[in-house]
Design a protein around this ligand. Structure first.
Ligand code: ADP
Ligand code: MG
Length: 670
């Protein structure tokens, strides 16, 4: 029941149809309070609204509590969508604390690993991916009064899809459903137009002042060295804890060791914060620091939005972020290091003014701020769309054109996605979902991995395949060895809660794929199983002992020459000496091994996509697949064209520094 510690004024508040009633009052005032009456009125009158308010205003942790007490939400749920698990957990914890309750009572959360909800839960904070599954399973969103899209400026594929599906539901099935899009940095007017001229409520807020200091960037100096210098300087010059933004885990680890070498003060704790850490470690990183001590939190863009880290009043921004970029012509998602957008840089700076006035050090020159992209490019414009197309197929939507997206998915990527789904047997020639496709859709996995789990389950190896699927979609799980076999061993031995939840999840997927499967006598090797998903990435050792492989899709790949895998004749094929030189590029080869194959001996590496480089022959082939008209172009012209097409532009210096990777670079915190 809502509210508890929150008082409402007078009898009139009980009149459920009263318009312009004062919204509830809270003990602690927040900037958003001034905008709440307008927001409440807007959603009483309309089915959608946009809320733009600066970081720290109270969007995430106050608005859901207010809306849950609205008459139209009576006895139904408010869903709050967050882009990351850590944000979902933190938002639920903060709201529950506001009510003086435990998480899982009135306010709960649901993420991929674990959830805390009960029958009493009225506000459910979920990740965007969870919401997509939810609305696909129940298009009418039974029992849901409103969906709040928080941090919408991040424009993940799932958020865009979620909004399109929710709009569709509103039109056909649920006219009473309310939608609210929230962010500190969005083009509110554009989204409002998309939502049928929905009202835009803006709050000026009163975030604390943050002074910006530009430190410039020395191109020859590694980013971690400069970040470490800036951190030490800030520790000397300023009071309070520090939040440092770095592009990825490798840079975080290197900065951490540099700082630990040079920091002698026992009252300063250096803590990393990134998606691949387990929930307990993440929660410790954002908890208040020990009495009398300061914290230096080294984070990826995971800490850019949603989180309030107690005591942080200094932000150091490297200006870099790592983003997944899909290359449709080779079907590969790579992680690229890019300059952050202006909106993201402002979000990062805003972290310094959450609880008191702060300072933000930027590792670039002031003049360069103007050349940053204003907003992050929406993921839908550069992502692998096969999951999206398969997700939509059961809705009877053979073509995503039938839905209204804020930015429509690009035609080329859609065609590529459909071709892949046809190849996987998931849709027929008319784009209709097949019985096999329905099987694949039951698994919350990218279609290639779903296909792998379903196929392996038929051979009694569903559990092993599901464990592999968890490993390749979750960074850092089972360790960071590139050898899949070692990672599986690591996962099985790991006693942490994250690993336990991952094993339980794999078991659920295996049961979904083949409820009554019995283990077969001969379980294929992990490499053979992964090759069911990625036959195009079977690699043949080029010889020479330097760890260079030629993949079946024509690309090159490298493994550390010191790794045992570097001496395998095939990166994901037989170890048998004298095997045929077949870097098979089609599924059938693995289903029906031909002479020379010993699929039970396939070994497999999980390679950093950013480290795979196009081999000369492969580049030509990739061009051929992408564009039939290329033939008269020289190979070099093709390469130039492909390079120009690639966006956002990578910073070569920072590229490929992170050794752990997945075949599909799902940001693992989602
Ligand atoms: N975990 C927390 N610890 C301390 N203060 C918090 C916490 N979460 C939120 N707050 C306070 O509540 C305010 C509003 O937070 P939030 O709802 O996350 O804002 P927004 O979503 O608009 O950025 C913050 O400025 C901060 O003062
Ligand atoms: Mg927020």
């Amino acid at each position: 029941m809502l509210p508890w510690r929150i008082s409402r004024k007078g009898r009139a508040a009980r009149d459920e149809n009263r318009v312009n009633a004062a919204p509830m009052k809270f003990d602690v005032p927040l900037p958003i309070d001034d905008a709440l009456p307008a927001l409440v009125d807007a959603l009483r009158a309309r089915d959608a609204a946009v809320l733009v308010a600066p970081p720290g205003a109270g969007k995430t942790t106050r608005v859901p509590l207010v809306l849950a007490a609205e008459p139209w939400a009576k006895d139904r749920k408010i869903l709050v969508l967050e882009p990351r698990r850590i944000a979902a957990r933190a938002a639920a914890a903060r709201m529950a604390a506001t009510l003086g309750e435990q998480v899982g009572e009135t306010v709960g959360y649901r993420v991929r690993f674990g959830s805390k909800v009960s029958r009493r839960t009225r506000i459910e904070v979920v990740t965007e991916g969870i919401f997509t599954r939810l609305i696909i399973d129940d298009p009418a969103l039974d029992g849901v009064a409103a969906v709040l899209f928080d941090e919408f400026h991040e424009r993940s594929l799932d958020a865009d899809l979620g909004l399109a599906l929710a709009r569709d539901a509103q039109r056909g099935l649920r006219e009473d459903l309310r939608l609210l899009v929230m962010s500190a940095t969005i083009d509110g007017a554009r989204i409002a137009r998309h939502l049928g001229d929905a009202p835009v409520i803006a709050s000026e807020g009163r975030a604390f002042a943050v002074e910006t200091r530009y430190l410039g960037r020395a191109p020859q100096t590694p980013i971690e060295a400069q970040v470490a210098d800036a951190t030490l300087r800030a520790l000397r010059a300023e009071a309070g804890s520090i939040l440092v933004f770095l592009p990825g885990t490798a840079e975080i680890r290197r900065t951490e060791s540099r700082l630990k070498e040079r920091l002698s003060d026992p009252a300063v704790d250096v803590v990393p914060l990134y998606g691949a850490l387990d929930a307990a470690t993440q929660d410790r990183a954002i908890a208040p620091s020990r009495r009398g001590s300061r914290k230096v939190v080294l984070a990826t863009s995971i800490a850019e939005t949603s989180l309030t880290i107690d005591g942080v009043r200094i932000v150091i921004d490297s200006g870099l972020a790592r983003v997944p970029v899909f290359e449709p012509d080779v079907g590969l998602t790579r992680l690229e290091t890019v300059r952050v957008s202006r909106a993201a840089a402002d979000q990062r700076r805003g972290r310094a003014g959450r609880t008191e006035p702060g300072v933000c050090y930027r590792l670039w020159d002031e003049g360069q701020t103007a050349s940053l992209e204003p907003f992050l490019r929406p993921e839908i414009l550069s992502a692998d769309l096969s999951s999206l197309v398969l997700d939509l197929a059961p809705w009877g939507i053979a073509d995503p054109d039938q839905l209204t997206f804020l930015d429509p998915p690009p035609r080329a990527a859609l065609a590529e996605a459909k071709a892949l789904l046809r190849e996987l047997g998931a849709i027929d020639a008319d784009g209709r979902i097949t019985a096999e496709g329905k099987m694949l859709n039951r698994l919350p996995l990218p279609p290639r991995l779903a296909r792998m789990v379903v196929d392996a389950a038929r051979e009694g190896a569903g559990l092993l395949a599901a464990q592999i699927a968890v490993l390749v979609t979750e960074r850092g799980l089972g360790g960071d060895d590139i050898d899949l076999g070692h990672r599986l061993d690591g996962l099985r031995r790991d006693r942490s809660r994250r690993a336990e939840e991952a094993r339980a999840l794999a078991k659920r997927w295996a049961d979904l794929a083949a409820p009554k499967a019995s283990a077969s006598a001969a379980i294929p090797s992990p490499g053979a199983i992964l090759a069911l998903a990625y036959p195009d990435r079977i690699g043949k050792n080029r010889g020479g002992g330097n760890g260079a492989f030629l993949l079946a899709n024509g690309r090159g790949a490298h493994v550390d020459p010191a790794a045992a895998l570097a001496r395998e004749p095939y990166g994901a094929r037989t170890r048998r000496a004298g095997g045929t030189d077949c870097a098979c590029g089609h599924r059938g080869a693995l289903r029906r091994p031909h002479r020379g194959h010993r699929r039970d001996h396939l070994r497999c590496a999980i390679l950093e996509p950013a480290r795979t480089a196009a081999a000369p022959a492969g580049r030509a082939r990739a061009c051929r697949a992408a564009d039939r008209g290329h033939r008269r172009r020289s190979r070099r012209a093709c390469a130039r064209r492909r390079h120009r097409k690639a966006r956002p532009r990578p910073l070569a210096m920072e590229q490929g520094t992170d050794a752990v990777a997945r075949s599909r670079a799902l940001p693992s915190s989602r």
